[in-house]
Write a protein that binds this ligand. Structure first.
Ligand code: CP
Ligand code: NVA
Length: 313
C-alpha cells in the first residue's frame, strides 16, 4: 500500500488511473466519500506562498468533513530545535494527513519516513506531484485518452517539469522537455521516467531546442523562470538563458494547429509566456487550476483510505 505521495512516480499507472477516475466522479458530485475526514484534522505546512495548493487542499478537507490546520514557517518547531523526525511522530498523533510545501525535498522524505500518517508533497524544489495529476486530468477531459498525444515543456527543468515527465510516462503520453544547458531535468528523474515509459509506450525526449520540442505538440507547457526557492541574484542569468524558451505567439504557432497552452501558475507575462498566448483562446490554465481541487480530494481519499498500491520501486 502507498502511504505517501512524494513524487508522481510513487504511483503505479493503475493508481494514477484510479485518482483521475475518482476526480472525474468528484467533479460530478464532490460529496462522494465526503465523511471520510469527519472529526479529523489535516495539517497543511506551507513555507512559501500558495494560492492553488493551499486553497484546493483546504477546500478539499472541508468538503470531506475535516478541519484544515494551516501552519507557516515560523509556527512549528520542526528543524529547530526539534528534529524533523520528532515533529513527524508528534503530528501523526493529531492529524489524519499532512500536506507539506517546503523547498527541501529531503526534509519531506524524512518527515514521511517518520510519520505514521499519509504525507503529501505540495511542492519541493524537485517535485510537484499534485500539479501533474491535475494537469493530466485536464488533458484527459479534452481528449478522453492520452494515446498519441504529445506535451512539450519549455523552460526550467525543475519541479513541475520533473512531475510532468513522470506523469506523462505513467499515462503513456509522449513528452519533450526543452531547456537551456544547465537547466536540464535531473538525470535520476529522466531515467525513472524512461523506465516507466518503456512499459507504457510513451516517448521521453530531453532537448535544448525549443522549436524541436514544440513540433507536433498538442500541449505547450511552461513554468516560472524564477522558482520560489531560487535566489534573487540568479534573475539576470536566468532571464538571459531562458529567453529563447519564452512561449511567444510565433513559437506557439509552431506546435500542432489546435495545440493548447498550459501553465501551473503563477505566471509572469513579461517572462515565460506572452499575454496573447496565456490569455488567448487556446489557453487552458484556468481549467488546470480548477482541477487542483478534485484531484486534491482524490489524493486525500486514495491515501487515507489506503486505495493506492504504489509503484513498488
Ligand atoms: N500551481 C501551484 O502550485 O500554485 P500555488 O503556488 O499558488 O499553490
Ligand atoms: N516552479 C515553480 C512552481 C510553482 C507552482 C516554483 O517552484 O516556484
Amino acid at each position: 500500500m502507498l502511504k505517501d505521495l512524494l513524487r508522481t512516480a510513487d504511483l503505479s499507472p493503475d493508481d494514477l488511473e484510479y485518482l483521475l477516475a475518482f476526480a472525474e466522479e468528484l467533479k460530478l458530485d464532490h460529496r462522494i466519500d465526503h465523511k471520510l475526514l469527519r472529526g479529523e484534522t489535516v495539517v497543511l505546512y506551507l513555507t512559501t506562498p500558495s494560492t492553488r495548493t493551499r486553497l484546493s487542499f483546504e477546500t478539499a478537507v472541508a468538503r470531506m468533513g475535516g478541519t484544515p490546520v494551516v501552519v507557516g514557517p515560523g509556527d512549528l518547531q520542526m528543524g529547530h530545535p526539534e528534529t524533523t523526525a520528532d515533529t513527524a511522530r508528534v503530528v501523526s498523533e493529531y492529524a489524519a494527513a499532512v500536506v507539506i510545501r517546503t523547498p527541501d525535498d529531503e526534509q519531506v522524505r524524512t518527515f514521511a519516513e517518520h510519520a505514521t500518517i499519509p504525507v503529501i508533497n505540495a511542492l519541493t524544489d524537485r517535485h510537484h506531484p499534485c500539479q501533474s495529476i491535475a494537469d493530466l486530468l485536464t488533458i484527459r477531459e479534452l481528449y478522453g485518452d492520452f494515446a498519441g498525444l504529445k506535451l512539450a515543456y519549455l523552460g526550467d527543468g525543475n519541479n513541475v517539469a520533473h512531475s510532468l515527465l513522470e506523469g506523462a510516462a505513467l499515462v503513456g503520453m509522449d513528452i519533450a522537455i526543452a531547456t537551456p544547458p544547465g537547466y536540464a531535468p535531473s538525470d535520476e528523474v529522466v531515467e525513472r521516467a524512461r523506465r516507466i515509459a518503456a512499459v507504457t509506450g510513451a516517448r521521453v525526449e530531453v532537448v535544448n531546442d525549443p522549436h524541436a520540442a514544440v513540433k507536433a505538440a498538442d500541449f505547450v507547457y511552461t513554468d516560472a523562470w524564477m522558482s520560489m526557492g531560487d535566489p534573487g541574484s540568479e534573475k539576470p542569468e536566468r532571464e538571459f538563458a531562458l529567453a529563447p524558451y519564452r512561449v511567444t505567439g510565433e513559437l506557439f504557432a509552431e506546435a500542432s494547429h489546435d495545440a493548447r497552452f498550459m501553465h501551473c501558475l503563477p505566471a509572469r507575462r513579461a517572462d515565460e509566456v506572452a499575454p496573447e498566448v496565456i490569455d488567448g483562446p487556446r489557453s487552458i490554465v484556468l481549467r488546470q487550476a480548477e482541477n487542483r481541487l478534485p484531484t486534491a480530494q482524490a489524493v486525500l481519499h486514495g491515501l487515507v483510505r489506503g486505495r493506492l498500491t504504489g509503484s513498488g520501486c
